[in-house]
Design a protein around this ligand. Structure first.
Ligand code: HGY
Ligand code: MN
Ligand code: MN
Length: 407
């Protein structure tokens, strides 16, 4: 698993770092490698019309057409670590290989899914891959443009997908027994607890929004300070307030992760700034109130400074609770693997957010060195990965026993 994560780290669109976005050449390379491993493991591979890579291990005979889904995403943030997303896909593949070696006769198929997009880098909208699987990759989203001006539909088509056949990505909820997503914790809690694994109770919702500050560009040498409409100064003042908001309540986090300024020239007063805001809290009402308050401050600051300011778009995902039954079964599997059971919520978003809308979904966290993630220094220990595989194996075995006893 770890060697494969190392190998996939070589699939990047920027030399010297790991950056692998939706429908990029780097993603195509990653697909080629993962497909080869999947085929070597005897899995039947397909890339669905949205660009998700799926490898299937068939069920034992008379299975009733049920399937267990396991996986995570293959895309990355800019300058990422090597485990976020990828680790879950490689654990799914290893589970299939383990099952082959043990000649496990599970009464369900196992689909190992490498989602094509989770991070929201290219179109500022996350979860595109899992959105397609649950039938929510809408025409509005497909019409969105990336920073190069291409629409999502064009990008999908150029990658070999088909925006007109997205219905084929969807699983029938009757068919899916469960979705389990193994993922690096991306935080320090398990390390503090001295535990290799944790079971996820739920995932904090997010609101992401795009804001524009529109002032007036002008000569940096001749325009007196009092006569300026500097969009970047307004945005900077607001960003300081975003931090203050984020600190004002336990569990609330608020981030401006990206700004673009125009014309972005040293001797010109910034005329326009576009910012991306990300607000999260487990309580949907708290999160919404915080977002509204932060957006209102942007508008007020712009008014005070005599410039225009507006929220251009928002995208939100409510908080999600993992499926109680699957989560209990996963906890039991963790105990059987010799690990003290421990539950924790996730502040990071995951494909499980979308999958939970249609299917019983659960998540297994793997301890993260120093809690560092979305960073090249992201790391996991081999023994922890082994413990995760052991727990997943037991989880699948429990599910097999349940299905058999139900029939
Ligand atoms: O942003 C997130 O929480 C996730 O890593 N995409
Ligand atoms: Mn991530
Ligand atoms: Mn992730």
């Amino acid at each position: 698993v770890l060697q494969r994560c190392d190998e996939l780290a070589l699939c990047t669109e920027r030399a010297g770092e790991i950056t692998r976005t939706f429908c990029s050449g780097a993603m195509r390379e990653a697909h080629q490698r993962v497909e080869r491993w999947m085929r070597d493991a005897g899995l039947t591979c397909r890339i669905d019309p949205a660009g998700n890579l799926i490898g299937r291990r068939s069920a034992a005979k008379h299975d009733g057409g049920r399937v267990l889904l396991i996986g995570s995403h293959l895309d990355s943030v800019v300058n990422a670590g090597r485990y976020d997303g990828v680790l879950g896909v490689m654990l799914g593949l290893a589970l299939a290989e383990f099952a082959n070696e043990a000649q496990a006769q599970w009464p369900f198929a196992l689909d190992v899914i490498g989602f094509c997009e989770e991070e929201g880098v290219r179109f500022a909208t996350p979860y595109l891959g899992s959105r397609a699987l649950v039938g929510e990759l809408t025409p509005e989203l497909l019409a969105r443009r990336d920073s190069g001006g291409q629409t999502m539909a064009e990008v999908v088509r150029a990658f070999g997908g088909d925006p007109d056949r997205l219905a084929e990505c969807c699983y029938d909820p009757q068919e899916v027994l469960a979705y389990v997503e193994p993922h690096i914790e991306q935080g320090p809690v398990l390390e503090r607890e001295g535990l290799p694994l944790g079971v996820v109770t739920g995932i904090a919702g997010q609101i992401r929004g795009g804001l524009t500050f529109r002032g007036r560009a002008g000569h940096a040498g001749t325009t007196p300070m009092a006569l300026r409409q500097d969009a970047l100064v307004a945005a900077a003042q607001w960003i300081v307030e975003v931090e203050r908001f984020g600190r004002s309540q336990a569990g609330l986090v608020a981030t401006v992760g990206r700004i673009e300024t125009a014309p972005n020239v040293g001797n010109v007063i910034p005329g326009e700034v576009r910012a991306l805001l990300d607000v999260r809290h487990l309580d949907d009402a708290v999160r919404q109130a915080a977002f509204d308050g932060i957006a209102a401050r942007a508008v007020a600051i712009c008014q005070e400074r005599g410039i225009a300011g507006a929220v251009d778009w928002t995208q939100q995902e409510p908080s999600v609770r993992c499926d109680a039954r699957c989560t209990e079964s996963l906890s039991q599997a963790v105990v059987e693997a010799g690990v003290r059971p421990f539950c924790l919520p996730s502040g990071a978003g995951h494909d499980a957010v979308l999958m939970a809308r249609r299917f019983p979904a659960c998540m297994l966290f793997i301890r993260c060195a120093g809690g560092i993630s979305h960073h090249p220094e992201e790391n996991v220990a081999q023994a922890d990965v082994a413990a995760a595989l052991d727990a997943l194996w037991r989880f699948a075995a429990r599910l097999a026993a349940e299905v058999r006893s139900a029939s």
